[in-house]
Ligand binder design. Structure first.
Ligand SMILES: [Zn+2]
Length: 219
């Protein structure tokens, strides 16, 4: 089984990927992490990636496809895996289909976590973390608020907000989502692979929907 998580920014796909990894031992392949990993290796390819990122440019589709194939070659494909952040545009979908064909695989489901732009923005702007123990909060989401405003529940330290969580940053990401990722969603919908979930629900409910869909919630 292999799935793709696809969603507007701040819909929580990272969170659900991590939960599937932790609780059900799925492999989680995040496009961002694949890039960071190859950079750390310091190989000629890693250096190439570092240079591209340092310029603030994007890794092109063919290089990204090579890195994804490399990554898939390194893991046990009998274990279910999640793609997170790839493929994020139609050109990458074509690449990814070629990759899966090589590996004799087919996408099982594409899980679309649907949230409105307003909800995403609210979540993005409300994110807060504890610099001491790392616990994360969201001051704009009831069940993720700290008990006492601005203070960590666990250790009492003052919470901090990320500087890059701005309205402008969110809108930029959301525009890219509309222009690049929405066509991917439509593509998989037409292929009958898309499962749409309401990402604005409580995370426990969304996660339960995901696990029952994947048939892993019976233990
Ligand atoms: Zn803390």
């Amino acid at each position: 089984m292999n799935i793709i998580f696809i969603a507007p920014p701040a819909a929580g796909k990272g969170t659900y990927s991590h939960l599937l990894k932790e609780r059900y031992e799925f492999n989680h392949i995040s496009a961002g992490e694949v890039l960071r990993e190859v950079e750390k290796e310091g190989t000629p390819l890693g250096k190439e990636v570092s240079e591209i990122m340092a310029r603030g440019a994007l890794v092109d589709d063919s290089l990204m496809a090579r890195l994804i194939l490399d990554k898939l070659n390194k893991i046990d494909l009998n274990i279910p895996f999640i793609m997170d952040g790839y493929p994020r545009k139609l050109n990458q979908v074509k690449d990814y289909e070629r990759i899966l064909q090589k590996l004799n695989l087919e996408v099982t489901y594409v899980i679309f976590l649907d949230i409105s732009k307003e909800t995403g923005l609210k979540r993005k702007l409300g994110r807060a973390t504890c610099p001491n123990c790392g616990k994360s909060y969201n001051i704009n989401v009831d069940y993720l608020k700290p008990k006492q405003e601005g203070v960590c529940d666990e250790c009492g330290s003052p919470l901090s907000i990320r500087k890059d969580d701005t309205k402008e940053a969110y809108e930029k990401l959301y525009d890219i989502y509309l222009s690049d990722t929405l066509p991917v969603i439509k593509y998989y919908e037409e292929k009958g692979k898309l499962i749409k979930l309401d990402g604005s629900e409580h995370p426990d409910i969304v996660f339960k929907e995901i696990t029952s869909l994947l048939g892993v919630d019976n233990g």
